[in-house]
Write a protein that binds this ligand. Structure first.
Ligand code: SAH
Ligand code: SF4
Length: 393
């Protein structure tokens, strides 16, 4: 869709769900589920056991209908069905790229839309999950950052993304079947729309569900949260989630980073690096991924590469170079392949892994930084974007 395409859908025409409807059990922590069951008549003594049973039906076997929960009494199942729902986002469209990447547009309460991307790889597969509708931050190279409408996703809407893709991949195990070790959906990256650390509690609760041993059972080592650098929440991520951390670094001087990742004006490179140094110790994770988008003539010089090495000295790190993915109206160009290779080489010779991220699903606008819901595309003009990037005039 071009930058000037008309907006074809008005988000307010879709009726909002009434708040007094049945309660969704998806996204609740075990404790919260216990509380709502008790509040709706489950005897306190039984509640913990019931949570365990319902939890397994929902997250281990992928069931959405209380009637199928055969280890619960029939009357209790009927009672649950009256008071609760098991609700996940509704898939509106699914596009499949030439390279097998799948992009889903899902609808959530309020008529909002979010995108999810599934990237199949050899012997594994990564799901790129969104944490917000849009993003309040305005990184000048990011398409999502041009979207004005923003709201935090609930924990249900976050874990629900994993559930609907497992549905689509037909990957819920058969009851009693031997455990399947190779998974189509084996990894989660919180690299879709939104800044996950501006929605900390919901992201945490959803990831706890993804890691729960009686459910989806993904190891914390297979979950990577990417942040633009919300420093105060980094320590909390280590303590309360313990997943892998990626950071959108993208520049080696505050002057350039201020322009690319404006949150740098609040927490600059030095402050960010101090928080990152602590992360592996507290979370017991191996290394931090530094994401670095390659922008022609902006942050891609040999000098940048050398400065980067100096800055991250002492931090166990991997540097993921992301060739810039263009979008309509974007004020930057992708660095040349030679430039990217040369940059990668300097970093590699300093002893760091420096993989170049192959863009996936470009033909369906599923690549990094290209996500943006259709309802909100094209609301900012090119001039606005350039002005915010400090390139206007
Ligand atoms: N908000 C979080 C996570 C989502 S973005 C964050 O910023 O870290 C996932 C990654 O894609 C980030 O590193 C982001 O900087 C990068 N990205 C954004 N727009 C891009 C683009 N147009 N081309 C390449 N990478 C982009
Ligand atoms: Fe938001 Fe991340 Fe895009 Fe920046 S790069 S605008 S933090 S989604």
């Amino acid at each position: 869709m071009s930058a000037t395409a008309p907006i074809t859908q008005d988000v307010h025409t879709i009726p909002r769900k009434l708040p007094e409807g049945p309660i969704n059990l998806v996204g609740l922590t075990r404790d919260a589920m216990r509380e709502v069951l008790i509040a709706h008549g489950t005897p306190e003594k039984q509640a913990k056991m019931r949570v365990g049973q319902i939890w397994q039906w929902i997250y281990q076997w992928g069931k959405r209908d209380f009637a199928e929960m055969t280890n619960l009494a029939k009357a209790y199942r009927a009672d649950l069905a009256e008071k609760f729902v098991i609700e996940v986002p509704e898939v509106v469209t699914r596009q499949v790229s030439e390279d097998g990447t799948r992009k889903y547009l899902v609808r959530i309460a309020g008529g909002h839309e979010v995108e999810i991307v599934y990237i199949p790889e050899e012997g594994r597969g990564t799901l790129c999950v969104s944490s917000q509708v849009g993003c309040t931050l305005t990184c000048s190279f990011c398409h999502t950052g041009t979207q004005k409408l923003v709201r935090n996703l609930t924990a249900a809407e976050i874990i629900g993304q994993v559930m609907v893709v497992r549905d689509d991949l037909d990957e819920w195990p058969e009851i009693g079947a031997p455990k399947d070790e190779t998974r189509l959906l084996s990894n989660i990256v919180l690299m879709g729309m939104g800044e996950p650390l501006y929605n900390f509690e919901n992201v945490r609760d959803a990831m706890k569900i993804a890691m729960d041993a009686e459910g989806i059972q993904l190891s914390r080592r297979r979950i990577t949260l990417s942040t633009s650098g919300v420093v105060p929440e980094i320590a909390r991520t280590a303590q309360e989630i313990g997943c892998q951390l990626a950071v959108s670094f993208h520049a080696t001087t505050d002057e350039v980073r201020d322009r690319l990742v404006p949150i740098n004006k609040r927490w600059n490179i030095e402050t960010l690096l101090a928080a990152l140094r602590e992360y592996p110790k507290v979370s017991n994770s191996e290394r931090i991924t530094f994401e670095y988008v390659m922008l022609d003539g902006v942050n891609d010089s040999d000098e940048d590469a050398r400065r980067l090495i100096k800055l991250i000295e002492g931090i166990p790190a991997k540097i993921n170079l992301i060739p810039f993915n263009e979008w309509p109206g974007a004020p930057y160009k992708r660095s040349s392949n030679n430039r990217i290779r040369r940059f990668a080489d300097i970093i590699y010779k300093a002893g760091y892994a420096s993989p170049i991220r192959t863009p996936r699903g470009e033909d369906i606008m599923a690549a990094c930084g290209q996500l943006k819901s259709a309802t909100e595309r094209a609301r900012k003009s090119r001039r606005q974007i350039e002005a915010e990037a400090g390139l206007g005039g």
